[in-house]
Design a protein around this ligand. Structure first.
Ligand SMILES: [Zn+2]
Length: 487
């Protein structure tokens, strides 16, 4: 990004509705008929009638302006290729989880990574995400494309001491390779350093050992120590399946959360991926009731990604009780769609289903999680909010679109009805990256073509990777059977 742009002042003028940050109450508030100005990448004015003379004006009439959304958990390198394959693909013998066997055999090869990530980034931008914690394997071109997307990003190269496999579809096994885990950990540190040095100035580092059950004690402890030494966020998948829960209770007598706590992994800048299968979950009938309290007391964050789990019939029980216990809840999109607004809608609905209570969570709670919750988890006071001094990461919503009207409560209209269809402009670090609902920074048409081709190639070689030698449509049949017409 060219630095002379830092001199440009922009004013969003006479905005109909905005969600602005109120520091005294530490909460978002609606404001009507206001101006928001920013110089370069920083917000300089929030209030009625900006007194300066801006270089650029964006009209706010008929608009709702909110802070850019903060997504703390996504894997855009690998997940977009699974579209059309995994939505209904869980293994009942693994308590519906699909990640240990059936999903893995459809993985794309290396060259699909850039295209998949471009599609993921594009969808995130279109749904109003301005910061994403990207947890992916290392692949050529990652940081440059991440920067070119315009996103503000945390690059967490994933690594593990073990990989999952099964040779019968009902027993999960682990192939341990401590040397590879160590080597990839070192690579993750180097990648993090490169992210921090990237000239775009929007990339940061995080450490992301893959999962609690595939990391050795030593690797997980050393990763946390390295993250703390460098001031980087630390994230790991934790309590994400019944299989993982059973593995920990069998090996250690502790739940995944209790084991993570005993290792000292629960810290204020620790982001726990999912934490659905805590000891109080109704599927587990476990004898303790400590996990939610342990997370809350540690000030660790839970990255809640309801969509992919809800598709498998699984739910966090429930967002409201975690929040009331004092846990910092943040949101992520995990697999696909990379659509934060749909994720927010599901977070609200699934919480109420799980609690059997409409008051389990409010739309304001969900919005807080998708903005400030994520910012807190990343240790940031300058994102996820519209306030003077914060980054100019802004989402402009077309409040005149049919999905937003009748326009009585912008967040309810946006989350429960309009979603990404109403997002018109996205600004990150003061730069416009989405305009009129189009991504300006990435060639999404080219990326989706490449991804589609990669999916076809991956599916053709599924029998080589499946333990039972099955083909793609044996494992994941199409929604409807085909009909053949006589010629
Ligand atoms: Zn994940």
């Amino acid at each position: 990004m060219e630095r002379h742009l830092a001199l440009v002042t922009t004013c969003l003028r006479k905005i109909d509705w905005a969600a602005v940050w109120d520091e005294s109450s530490k909460s978002h508030r609606y404001a009507r008929d206001i101006d928001i100005a920013f110089a370069g990448g920083t917000i300089t004015y929030v209030g009625p009638r900006y007194p300066g003379s801006p270089d650029r004006v964006i009209e706010g009439a008929g608009r709702f302006v909110m802070p850019g959304l903060v997504n703390v958990h996504a894997h855009p390198q690998v997940q977009p290729i699974f579209k059309g394959i995994i939505e209904e693909l869980g293994n009942p013998r693994f308590y519906m989880s699909g990640m240990y066997d059936v999903k893995r055999v459809f993985r794309g090869t290396g060259e699909a990574s850039l295209a998949a990530a471009a599609v993921g980034y594009g969808e995130l931008l279109l749904s109003g995400v301005t910061t994403v914690a990207d947890q992916s394997g290392n692949y050529p071109g990652w940081l440059d494309q991440f920067a070119a997307s315009g996103l503000r990003g945390y690059a967490g190269r994933t690594y593990s001491s073990a990989s999952w496999y099964t040779d019968n579809g009902h027993e999960l096994k682990y192939r341990w390779d401590e040397t590879a885990g160590r080597r990839d950990f070192e690579d993750a540190v180097r990648l993090g350093e490169a992210a921090e040095r990237h000239p775009c100035g929007r990339l940061s580092a995080m450490l992301a050992p893959d999962s609690l059950d595939t990391g050795s004690e030593e690797l997980l402890r050393d990763s946390l120590a390295e993250a703390e030494r460098r001031g980087w966020p630390f994230t790991v998948h934790c309590a994400e399946s019944v299989i993982e829960f059973n593995e920990f209770t069998r090996k250690t007598g502790l739940t995944p959360v209790q084991w993570a706590s005993s290792l000292g992994l629960l810290r204020p800048r620790t982001i726990l991926g999912h934490c659905i299968f805590v000891d109080s979950h109704s599927w587990l009938h476990w004898h303790t009731r400590n996990d939610i309290r342990l997370i809350a007391e540690s000030n660790a964050c839970v990255a809640h990604c309801p969509n992919t789990f809800a598709r498998y019939g699984q739910a966090l029980e429930d967002f409201g009780s975690y929040r009331r216990a004092g846990i910092n809840m943040a949101l992520g999109t995990d697999t696909f769609p990379h659509n934060m607004l749909e994720e927010m809608r599901l977070a609200a609905i699934v919480a109420r289903l799980a609690a059997e209570d409409i008051a389990a969570v409010s739309t304001g709670d969900i919005f807080h999680a998708a903005t400030v919750g994520g910012a807190d988890a990343l240790g940031r006071r300058d994102i996820g909010r519209i306030a003077v001094g914060a980054k100019a990461d802004l989402v402009v919503v077309d409040a005149t679109s049919i999905g937003m009207r009748p326009m009585r409560d912008p967040l309810r209209s946006l989350i429960y009805t309009a979603a990404d269809r109403a997002v018109s402009t996205v600004i990150i670090d003061g730069e416009i990256v989405v305009e009129n609902g189009r991504v300006l920074t990435l060639d999404l048409d080219a990326a989706i073509n490449t991804l589609e081709e990669a999916q076809r190639r991956a599916e053709a070689t599924v029998p080589e990777r499946d333990y039972a030698g099955r083909g793609g449509t044996d494992i994941s049949p199409l929604s409807l059977k085909s009909i053949e017409f006589d010629a």
